[in-house]
Design a protein around this ligand. Structure first.
Ligand SMILES: Cc1cc2nc3c(=O)[nH]c(=O)nc-3n(C[C@H](O)[C@H](O)[C@H](O)COP(=O)(O)OP(=O)(O)OC[C@H]3O[C@@H](n4cnc5c(N)ncnc54)[C@H](O)[C@@H]3O)c2cc1C
Length: 466
């Protein structure tokens, strides 16, 4: 009799059972006596304890472990990649096939390449799939095969392409017979240890697919209709809050896209355009591996930034004296999430008003955001810093007070996060110092800072253009 094959499904940032291309392929490939192993590799070099995203990720993984019981246990292996997989294969033998969804850029891609090299070396078959994005890097290209650097033409082509269809995996389909073995004991122990270190968080109740679907349906039934307009006002529940779920793959991007399209709500076209920005930045990150560390516009690599630890510290804590900036940073520090309009306002403030290197802000967001995504975050920071592709022009400097009056007109968002201003009138709340209210003095004068920021860019342009 032939030895049964073991199909190993390796999960990473795709923690779901529905529309999971790698899992689906393994289930489709299995013969009657074959075994399925659902696997997660715990790599200590990836742990970032005490950051919000670490807690969010491992709480999500813990929830997913329970979810997996519907079909098979989720097993863990732990340790440095090559040692962990070599040891696993030494136990399971070579009659195995690996299934995983491809990682597209950064450190994750490097680890995928390492794993693939190891599997090929041992002649172990594997299958990879596109997941996490509606269109991969290679799908949206100019006629001459080169990549877009401007969003609008990219988007036009992106929109015209057929989108993947969505299907639910049959959850009653149990993966028996299942593989059980002592090779997973160490991983189980490491995972249990990790769980004990996680801290209680505001968003604990929002973990997992049930909460994610509830949130999506609420958004579609209500805010989506007015998304075009409301999405810019941080005091309103005007956006979908899908970003952490998309980040860890709790919901498939295809499911989100299909639900929004079939809703036929006003607002859907604008919403889908935001999903295209996500693919666009992913494409840019793949094409530019140094997106986190190097200006995408070569001319701006020589920009000279201010060394201003006190300013940076005040920005981080939400103590700049500009109420909207401060309220936004307090939202980030307390919840691990920040509204998109505010991400634009605070990033612009750090880079243009304080003259601080965008990379410092990028790193701070990486530490604090539960939806931290390397491509969207670095793309967003480079947009704000005017160093990126299709970025805000360097001479268009956001005025934090004007932004405050326009997007939080009655100060409802500011009052939520700055109790000291709860009694301020709507007219006063955007610049309380002007009305003699007790609030921190602004750490910088915006008008002076604006001119200095423009000057900083002009100096470089004069040097390199001339
Ligand atoms: C400086 C800066 C840093 C950012 N860092 C991140 C990050 O680390 N992770 C992240 O997911 N988004 C990031 N964004 C993009 C955006 O702010 C968030 O995606 C959005 O606020 C998430 O909230 P939501 O799900 O309610 O958005 P919605 O308005 O409901 O949008 C739906 C989805 O579209 C995608 N999306 C929306 N806007 C953008 C955008 N500008 N760029 C890329 N994708 C977008 C997101 O996946 C989002 O969940 C950043 C933006 C800026 C300006």
């Amino acid at each position: 009799m032939l030895k049964p094959m073991i199909h190993i499904v390796l999960f990473r940032n795709d923690l779901r059972l529905d529309h999971q291309p790698a899992l689906q392929a393994a289930l489709d490939a299995r013969e009657t006596h074959d075994q399925i192993v659902l696997l997660f590799h715990l790599n200590p070099s990836q742990f970032a304890p005490k950051t919000a995203r670490h807690d969010y990720f491992f709480k999500t993984l813990n929830w997913f472990q329970t979810e997996c019981q519907q079909i098979a246990p989720l097993h863990f292996i732990a340790g440095e990649l090559s040692a962990a997989f070599t040891s696993l294969l030494a136990t399971l033998g070579t009659n195995v096939t690996f299934y995983f969804n491809r990682q597209l850029s950064g450190e994750r891609l490097r680890r995928d390449q390492q794993l693939i090299a190891l599997l090929e070396d041992k002649q172990i078959p594997y299958q990879q799939f596109l997941d996490g994005h509606l269109h991969g890097v290679a799908e949206v290209k100019k006629a001459d095969g080169s990549s877009y650097r401007v969003f609008t033409p990219y988007y036009r082509q992106w929109l015209a392409l057929e989108k993947p269809s969505w299907h639910r995996i049959r959850c009653e389909q149990s993966c028996s017979p299942q593989y059980e073995g002592a090779c997973f004991d160490e991983g189980r122990r490491v995972f249990a240890g990790l769980l004990t270190q996680l801290r209680a968080q505001q968003w604990d109740e929002t973990i997992g697919v049930t909460a994610a679907r509830q949130q999506l349906e609420q958004f579609i039934a209500g805010p989506l209709a007015t998304y075009d307009y409301d999405r810019d006002f941080p005091a309103r529940a005007g956006t979908s809050r899908m970003s952490p779920y998309l980040k860890y793959g709790v919901l498939s991007i295809v499911e989100v896209y299909r639900r929004v399209v079939t809703s036929e709500q006003r607002g859907q076209a604008t919403y889908i355009k935001e999903l295209a920005w996500r693919d666009f930045y992913q494409m840019i990150a793949c094409e530019n591996p140094t997106i986190q560390t190097e200006a995408l516009t070569p001319q701006y690599r020589a920009l000279e930034w201010e060394v201003n630890p006190a300013g940076f510290n005040a920005w981080c804590k939400g103590e700049t004296g500009y109420p909207l900036v401060d309220a936004a940073m307090k939202q980030l520090n307390a919840t691990g999430w920040m509204h998109n309009r505010l991400r634009m306002v605070v990033s612009s403030f750090l880079v243009k008003d304080l003259g601080i290197d965008w990379r410092e802000g990028e790193r701070y967001f990486a530490e604090k955001l539960i939806d931290y995504d390397r491509a969207s975050n670095a793309g967003g920071w480079q947009w704000a810093a005017s160093t990126g592709v299709d970025a805000v022009p360097y001479f268009r400097v956001f005025n934090p007070t004007v932004q405050s009056k326009r997007f939080d007109p009655d100060g409802a968002f500011i009052r939520r996060w700055l109790p000291e201003l709860v009694l301020a009138k709507s007219k006063e709340i955007h610049e309380p110092q002007k009305y003699g209210l007790t609030y921190l003095a602004p750490i910088v004068d915006h008008q002076t800072a604006r001119l200095a920021a423009i000057e900083r860019f002009k100096r470089i342009k004069n040097k390199t253009d001339g």
